[in-house]
Design a protein around this ligand. Sequence first.
Ligand code: FAD
Ligand code: SF4
Length: 510
Amino acid sequence: SKTLRLILGDQLNSNHSWFQTTDDSVTYVMMEVRSETDYTSHHIQKIVSFFSAMQNFAKELQSKNHQVIYFHLSDANNFQSFDKNLNYLIEKENFSHFEYQLPDEYRLDELLKNFCQTLVISYSTVDSEHFMSSRKELGDFFEGKKNFLMESFYHFMRKKHNVLMQGDKPLTGKWNYDDDNRKKLPKNHKPIPPLVFDNNVSEIVTEINKTNIKTIGTIDAKQFVWPTTRAQSLALLDFFVTECLSLFGSYQDAMTPNEWSLYHSRISFSMNVKLISPLEVINRAIEEWKNRPDEIAYHQLEGFVRQIIGWREYVRGIYWHKMPEFATMNYFDNQEKLPDWFWTGKTKMNCLKDSINQSLNFAYAHHIQRLMITGNFALLAGVHPDEVDAWYLGIYIDAIEWVEITNTRGMSQFADGGIVATKPYVSSAAYIDKMSHYCGSCFYKKAVKTGDKACPFNSLYWNFYDKNEDKLGKNPRIGMMYNVWHKMKPEDKVALLQQADYYLKNINDL
Ligand code: FAD
Ligand code: SF4
């Protein structure tokens, strides 16, 4: 009998039990296909990093004597979709059994399930052996509960995996150290330059250009900065724990112009394609903290561990619990288009200019830029969540639907009506100024609410609350804002709403 095993582009887990033995009757297949490059407009660096990592992974498997069939993008026999290529191979090579790892994306899960229904040969599925919770675990955990509080799921995960625990109590007695984190960068603080790679990816870039795939953003093909192998991913993780972890928590929410990475790990791509696993990531961080307790404070470590075994596992659980409905949610019934400058960075708003330009240049922005700059603006501007999702799904190196949509539609746009977040993440200029150095050199004035140079965030913020009072007015976490709004002088309210209206009508000129 002959078995065909499919490896998807985000299943590059060399520690998977599949690969622990070689077997002449087993063939692996990997494919670069147009159905994946074209389901949204991706950043060129995103396509390149996937294909490059896939090619390296295939070579690694071959060097370990596994049999691998690899479809390159412009191969003559490439039918450009998983099912067509699989059918072609199964027939041509007479495979008698088909296997795949459970995908992380709903779309591919359905596609492969349906494909298997059409097969005349036998088939089976296996786990991807990457996550620390199963698809169903979050749904089971919150069964019968009204809220899906991340914090309680995080406690459950800490206990389940015995991470930073003392018996059944959190080490140090406290679960969460966010109060010690979230500082602005000191004025003349120069963050450590990020570790970047200089991968030559010219061949892939040429192939992508030749096939006329529509992409966004820029790339330096001779010095591609992202890791494309497990060894590079581990080097990046090592750089993070040795150089950045000691300040990670403190400056996790800080933003400053022309610094694209700060103390963030930038391991989301490596983890999302499974070159490295969440368990080895947190173990490496904990080991470093144990080795250098005087240099790495516990709150820096806890903040990092929470992102990985808390947030990351949590959003995945929400995804499987709420899809496919989740992808259609639009709580505020927002209908606007994204401003054109989301694709060019050409806006006078310094915070958005910086965050968008760095996204176009590096396919990366850190969490607070995604949440409190671009996401905040899109929500205040009433942009349709489909538009917002498409942008985030395309532009970021780490964007795969399970983690993109839950963060974007859920956490950032509140389109799920409060499944992921307990209140919308919106702010005026005050918060942006508190966490960043963007406002000082901006065309707009952070403290001005109406008139010529008024910061758009200020009027759009009040306009958002006013417009959505029927949906938010009863939320206890927002009550205070409505008190402020209601107490404002009527003429001030009118001026703010008029200003917002003017900005919304001229949004492409901001
Ligand atoms: P660090 O700041 O160093 O954090 C360490 C790790 O924690 C990350 O690599 C990531 O794996 C995990 N993590 C932290 N926050 C989250 C979170 N909210 N959800 C899931 N994992 C988290 N992350 C993606 O991986 N893909 C996406 O497509 C994506 N889209 C996002 C869209 C929006 C609107 C927002 C607000 C957030 C999004 N995130 C996404 C979450 C987060 O911003 C990124 O994981 C993070 O910025 C990646 O950079 P890093 O590796 O340097 O992270
Ligand atoms: Fe952004 Fe307003 Fe600050 Fe300018 S003034 S950087 S637009 S928050």
